[in-house]
Design a protein. Structure first.
Length: 382
């Protein structure tokens, strides 16, 4: 038997030994599977100069490495699925006139996004703030809206079919002004009358485009048509009132406005998430739809995943996970109290006074450089 002496790295407290342990003269002392209970036992073993079968140890090490590799293979990345869905949607929307079977193809994108949200809903939410370079604004905004709308619809216990159609409407709501949307993003001056008219007519234009492409689902088309209507009749294209707007169309509308408010826009001020939530849901100081507003506030929270925050101790970090109490999410700090970058992100419990959130920061003010994988691991790998 090819033996080698035990080292500290060979033993893990509380885990079964992966090999037999021998004394001098190859005498068997501990069988494979024996559990070392504390550090004192490890010290005693090492002092006795015990040995293990080197071949068996190598096999055990190889098995652990293989298991780790397999675990990594089995961990799907929500971010990767979202990016693949975004690229697929981009090709579909910009080439719609030459596409066949548009309706099932859009629903395939919906399926991929739903899977990503199930893998890690916090990662899916964080992409709204942290993944803005994944595609053109026109396409990425539709993806963001679909992800947020699906989260709200799922929290409201909507049926699987309802969630599917809400997401499909979100993905296609702006198809009537897709290319113009991209052009508007690079404008530095206010919108012209012609551009404002285009925006006010795009909901109906999107419905006509979808019908021409073969989309026949009545609710899908209705949600697209009504996603800019307001309960008080101030919306467009029809100025409908509260009783005429389906709840699912409102989910699309609120998600659309919130995502547009927090995105970097050239002709519109970017709002912090808490301000955007207030402006979208509490226009005029009271919610237009109290029940829907309550779901948005509960699911998004004042500090959504991906938001940059400053803590009471001066650290700056990123919200990584929502908590039962909306005001106390999990944060990973990147910059220390004196403004010096930390060696690695440190998880902070914001329910503790020292690490309570002091304020939200814009991405420009936070000046953080990181990858989503640093914060969420393989579920946010590219």
């Amino acid at each position: 038997m090819d033996q080698r002496q035990l080292s500290m790295s060979d033993i893990a407290i509380g885990e079964p030994l992966p090999w037999d342990v021998y004394g001098e003269g190859s005498k068997l002392l501990l069988r494979r599977g024996h559990v070392i209970q504390n550090s004192h036992q490890i010290e005693v073993l090492l002092q006795r100069g015990l040995f293990i079968d080197a071949t068996a140890a190598d096999r055990a090490t190889q098995a652990r490495m293989e298991a780790a590799r397999e675990a990594r293979k089995e961990t799907p990345s929500a971010l990767r699925f979202i990016n693949l869905a975004t690229k697929r949607l981009e090709r579909l929307l910009y080439n719609l006139a030459n596409e066949s079977d548009v309706q099932p193809k859009i629903l395939e994108v919906v399926k991929a996004l739903r899977f990503a949200s199930e893998v890690n809903p916090d990662v899916a939410l964080a992409t709204i703030l942290l993944n803005q370079d994944a595609a053109s604004y026109a396409v990425r905004h539709c993806i963001d809206t679909a992800l947020l709308a699906s989260l709200i619809a799922r929290a409201m216990n909507k049926s699987a079919e309802e969630i599917q159609i809400i997401m499909a409407a979100s993905l296609t709501m702006n198809i009537g002004m897709l290319r113009q949307h991209d052009q508007l993003e690079i404008k530095q001056e206010p919108l012209s009358e012609k551009e404002s008219a285009l925006i006010k007519g795009h909901a109906l234009g999107s419905v006509h485009t979808l019908r021409d492409a073969g989309v026949t689902h009545a609710d899908w088309l209705t949600y697209v048509q009504l996603h800019h209507e307001n309960d008080d009749g101030s919306g467009y294209p029809y100025g409908k009132g509260v009783a005429e707007i389906p709840q699912n169309a409102k989910i699309v509308a609120f998600a659309d406005r919130y995502c547009a408010s927090i995105a970097n826009r050239s002709y519109r001020k970017t709002l912090l998430p808490n301000v955007a939530l207030r402006d979208v849901l509490l226009a005029g100081g009271k919610p237009s739809d109290p029940m829907l507003a309550a779901y948005f506030i509960k699911e998004i929270g004042t500090y959504p995943p991906g938001a940059m925050v400053r803590l009471q101790n001066g650290e700056i970090g990123v919200v990584t996970r929502r908590a039962k109490v909306a005001a106390t999410p999990v944060v990973h700090s990147f910059i220390g109290p004196r403004g010096v970058p930390l060696s690695f992100p440190i998880q902070r419990d914001t329910s503790k006074d020292l690490f309570a959130i002091r304020e939200l920061l814009s991405s420009q003010h936070a000046s953080l450089r990181f990858s989503m994988q640093q914060l969420w691991g393989d579920e946010a790998a590219l």
